[in-house]
Design a protein around this ligand. Structure first.
Ligand SMILES: [Fe+2]
Length: 289
């Protein structure tokens, strides 16, 4: 079985995303084939599956179906016995947080600070607040399509420097990174104009607060502001707001999509999200024009 023939894809917004219905993810995992799936997530950028009953082993199997898992640098927040699953949560048990309570706030694409950033991210909502904690998404592909040719030509010549160390320094009350964590995250440089390895689609690629400098520019400070302006415009023009329900499963393609977590009542609500990432390729730069 590739994809269940009765599955339907209902667009979630004008910019991106589809809700998939008549589809049992666990059944799909048993099929052992992800070929068709890659096409759908490429097309819609974000897929939402409601009411999926998944155990940790199911989530890991699904992740492996899509590619090599990319465990998070901060392994102290991984699910016990499952290093592939990174726990996002405000829940405290035995006076210890069971997950990272402040991960994912601020627009970004996942793991741009890695040499091979995440191709896909998978989030599974074990417990979600009734109000707040939405996840917002915005399409860098739509932004690229909207840009004029002159700007695209200019952007194709530039690259961005990404630093996990600088990103981590901005976090309040974070425990220091270990030497091993620092060794795993040297600065990396990626193109701003990126080609999707499967679809060949060209799009804008900007990480988020791990983006620290423009490379290959005669006016780096001016171009730094220019890149942030494009990033901000993307969030305003081409976005989708996901309101969580328990047992939602979201899967997205990070190559042309940015996202952010949003706040909620952390004192009176419980949030428990399991996250996995699939390793991607070194970003492929567009040809210069
Ligand atoms: Fe994220």
């Amino acid at each position: 079985m590739a994809y269940a023939s009765c599955a339907t894809f209902q667009p979630l917004s004008n910019s991106l995303g589809a809700e998939v219905t008549n589809f049992d993810v666990k059944h799909y995992i048993k099929s052992g084939s992800a070929d068709k799936f890659h096409d759908e997530v490429c097309e819609y950028q974000l897929l939402c599956f409601r009411n999926q009953k998944l155990a940790a082993c199911d989530l890991i199997s699904l992740t492996k179906l899509l590619g090599p898992p990319l465990p998070h640098v901060l392994q102290q927040y991984s699910l016990s016995g499952s290093p592939e699953i990174y726990v996002l949560s405000n829940i405290v048990e035995n006076e210890k947080p069971i997950g990272n309570p402040r991960e994912g706030f601020g627009w970004h694409t996942d793991l741009a600070y890695m040499r091979k950033p995440a191709a896909y991210t998978i989030l599974y909502g074990v417990e979600v607040p009734e109000v707040g904690a939405d996840t917002l998404f915005a399409s860098l592909y739509k932004m690229w399509d909207w840009m004029v040719d002159e700007e695209k030509s200019y952007i194709r010549k530039l690259r961005g420097r990404y630093s996990y160390l600088k990103l981590y320094e901005q976090r309040e009350n974070a425990e220091p990174l270990t030497e091993a964590q620092k060794q795993r995250t040297p600065d990396v440089i990626h193109p701003f104009a990126r080609i999707h390895p499967k679809s060949g689609r060209e799009g804008l690629y900007i990480g988020g607060d791990d983006f620290v400098a423009v490379e290959g520019s005669n006016e780096p400070e001016h171009d730094f502001d220019r890149i942030w302006s494009l990033f901000h415009d993307t969030t305003v023009r081409f976005h989708y707001n996901h309101k969580w329900q328990p047992n939602d499963l979201l899967i997205w393609d990070n190559r042309g999509l940015i996202h952010t977590a949003t706040d909620y009542d952390t004192k009176n609500s419980r949030r428990l999200i399991w996250r996995t990432s699939v390793e991607g390729e070194e970003p492929i730069a567009s040809k210069l024009t």
